[in-house]
Design a protein around this ligand. Sequence first.
Ligand code: MEZ
Length: 539
Amino acid sequence: MEKSISFSDAIEIYRATKERPLPDVSYENLLEKYHPDYYQDSCVTLNVGVNKGEICHAQLAELLQADARIDEADLAGAPVVDTDLLVIGGGGAGCAAALTAAESGISVMLATKLRLGDSNTIMAEGGIQVSINKNDTPQQHFEDTIKSGHRQVENKLVAEMVMSAPDVVRWLIQQGMQFDLDEYGDLLTRQAGGTSVPRVAYFRDYTGLEMMRVLKEAVRSSSIEVLDYTPTVELLTNEDGHCTGAVLSSLQENRYKLVRAKAVVIATGGIGRLHINNFPTSNHFGATGDGLTLAYRLGAKLRDLDSFQYHPSGLAYPQHLSGSLVTEGVRSAGAYLLNAKGDRFIDELLPRDKVCAAIMRECAEGRGIDAGGGSKGVWLDTPGLELKSPGIFEARFPKLIKLGHKSGADPRKKPLLIYPTLHYQNGGVVIDEHGRTNVKGLYCVGEVSGGIHGRNRLMGNSLLEIICFGRRAGAHIAKNSSRISHGKITIEHLSRLRRELTLANMPMDKKCPILFPDYAKFETDSDYSGLHKNIKDLS
Ligand code: MEZ
């Protein structure tokens, strides 16, 4: 195995050029040999729960098969409040569900671990898929999605998503969201890797942030009661195992609060902060897979627990910014990927899993660039793109220029060293077209759910999916709310969990949901018993 080429030697070899042909490249066993989903020994078989006997990434299995953070004694004296709908998670999916339900007149409470809007929604830069161009159809959008997902998708969900896209974008515009437009006022689109036509509508490289801006404003000016800094530590059930609410932990009041609800929507997002397979991540600080653990304990079926998306262009240098996202929009605009020898090695607009595997192959076979401190990568030829399309960074990628400032280099003048970053959880909780799980009263929407993207997601389908299914869940709950009464609230499911863990000889030392990454530091640890309990157990 060759060693990598040093950063200084590689930058000597690098030349920005407008056009560079793609040499013949081999795709044989590319995924099987290099994609992290295929790493030997990274998965285990689950020993407890409804997915018992199925494979799961070992780091996720540790969460799903962990003990709960609380027991009956913790809840003594905790206040109980009632609402029609409790939404857990303050990103795009949670806000869309909450807004739609509240507009129909039911009472809605939204609890979020950090602040409203702290989510992976704001991390999605490149845009939202919507088939509006003349050369495009929802059918083509459907085909692209299932092909990219290796056909391991739930067709009905994908059909629902692609058909809803124009309406989703219209709704977002009505909320005040801005998009980049052409001279006739039509939405501009860029092409996602793995798709047949340009279909991704965008607002510069701030699309998710802009989406979240308007959703936050809408939520704050609605009747929705928002509880910031209030992670959910457990769900509540009645005697039939239906979900009837949740146990919230107020970080500001240092106490538990029980919420009795007719329906609960989990919209807690992804799992990047677990750093699956030791990868850096593009995810926000709270992406610790809480929703998966909570839903699984109640008996919700999960799927594709061994499949994750590694976004090809995470920043690899400087080290303190490692994993930060450089939007796929840059490759879509024509930027090449170059190895240390200055050669292209893959069609930059193939699906993400293939591009990621190709980058890892360059690095494994000695054509990567060594940035020191154990990090390697390949060039994203941003100066070449600026040469081809002068002014494009200022007009389309202002966030990237900012990231360049933080990293001490202007991307218009110096290529960026990039390497795959853990970006998305492909699988999740099995849902139907209303976001319902197999547990009565429990809905899941957004990244926590599975089946829409199969084993590989397309750029822009996430921002679409969160609004599509968030709204569908909110509408379904509102429609049925008057027929449902508040149920008994218990944590009896935890006795079943503990019995199962004991019978399966599983360790009981880890407490989940973990809520924060294990490197999180809190000045108020000693004041906050729920969190303190977990940190003590980890040390
Ligand atoms: O959907 C995404 O993951 C997205 C928009 C990311 C990006 O590269 O910008």
